[in-house]
Ligand binder design. Structure first.
Ligand code: SF4
Length: 248
C-alpha cells in the first residue's frame, strides 16, 4: 500500500484526506476503499454546508426496498466477493436472496431491460421500466431488519442518496418528488470513465440485484496500474468543473 495525501477543494472550503492505494496492477474494485473514503469526505463536507437536514435515518429503508440501486461493474464484483467471503450460512443466505431477486426479474421479463440486452429506447421507456421494477418490490439482498448489512462497503449510489424531503415520499418516488442533497461529484460515473477501454464491460451501471450474475458471468476484470486508475478517477471527478477541480 502507498499512502496518498489529497487536498479537496469544496464549495464550503477545503479538506484534506489521506488514502492508501494498493500497489501495482489491480482490478478497479481494489481501489474502492480509497474512492469511498474520498466520496464520504466530500459528502460530509457538502451535507455540513447545506441548509436542509437529511431525513434519512437508520430503520428508514424505503430506498433499499424498491429501487434498482445502480452499481458499477467493479462494485458488483466487490459485493459478490464480499458475499463469497462470509461464513457459509450467511453466504448461502445472501446467495439465495440474490437468486430469488434474479428469478423474479426473469419471471417479470425485466432482466434484459436492465442488463443491457434491451436497454430503454427513450426517457418514457426508462420510466416505465423503473415503474415495473418498483412494483416488483425487490428488497436489496443486503437489507436486514431495516439496516444495511454491508454498510461499510455499500456502493456509491447508496452513499450519495441523501434525502431532504419527508421520508414518506420515498415509498413512491415516481409519484411524489423526492428532494436530495446535490453533491458536487459523480463518483460512479467517474469510475466508469476511469475504466473505459480497460474494463471488460461497456461503461454502464447495472442493478445491484444483478451483481452476483455479473460477477459469475463476466470475464475476469482486467488489471491496470492502481495509481493510474485512481488518477483517472480523480480527473473524471473534476471533469464537471473544468478549471476548478474539486480534488487535486
Ligand atoms: S447496499 Fe445497503 S444501503 Fe444500498 S440498497 Fe442495499 S441495503 Fe440499502
Amino acid at each position: 500500500m502507498t499512502p496518498l495525501a489529497l487536498a479537496l477543494e469544496l464549495d464550503g472550503g477545503s479538506a484534506s484526506i489521506e488514502v492508501d492505494l494498493p500497489d501495482g496492477p489491480q482490478p478497479a474494485e481494489a481501489l474502492l476503499p480509497a474512492m469511498y473514503a474520498v466520496d464520504d469526505r466530500v459528502i460530509a463536507a457538502t451535507v455540513a454546508a447545506q441548509p436542509r437536514s437529511v431525513t434519512c435515518r437508520k430503520g428508514c429503508s424505503a430506498c433499499c426496498r424498491a429501487q434498482p440501486v445502480p452499481v458499477t461493474p467493479a462494485e458488483a464484483r466487490a459485493l459478490a466477493a464480499w458475499v463469497d467471503a462470509q461464513a457459509p450460512a450467511r453466504r448461502d443466505e445472501l446467495r439465495a436472496r440474490f437468486a430469488d431477486r434474479v428469478a423474479r426479474l426473469d419471471a417479470a421479463g425485466l432482466r434484459p431491460r436492465l442488463d443491457g440486452r434491451a436497454p430503454p429506447r427513450s426517457a418514457a421507456d426508462a420510466r416505465a421500466i423503473a415503474a415495473e421494477y418498483l412494483q416488483l418490490g425487490l428488497v436489496c439482498p443486503f437489507l436486514d431488519d431495516d439496516a444495511c448489512s454491508v454498510h461499510e462497503h455499500r456502493p456509491f449510489v447508496c452513499r450519495q442518496y441523501l434525502v431532504t424531503s419527508p421520508a414518506e415520499a420515498c415509498t413512491d418516488p415516481l409519484a411524489r418528488p423526492v428532494a436530495v442533497v446535490q453533491l458536487p461529484i459523480r463518483p460512479a460515473h467517474a469510475l466508469l470513465e476511469a475504466t473505459r477501454n480497460c474494463d471488460e464491460a461497456p461503461p454502464r451501471t447495472l442493478p445491484l440485484v444483478l451483481a452476483r450474475v455479473h460477477a459469475d458471468t463476466a470475464p475476469a476484470a482486467p488489471r491496470q496500474d492502481a495509481a493510474r486508475t485512481f488518477t483517472r478517477w480523480l480527473s473524471a471527478l473534476a471533469g464537471g468543473r473544468a478549471g476548478d477541480p474539486p480534488i487535486r
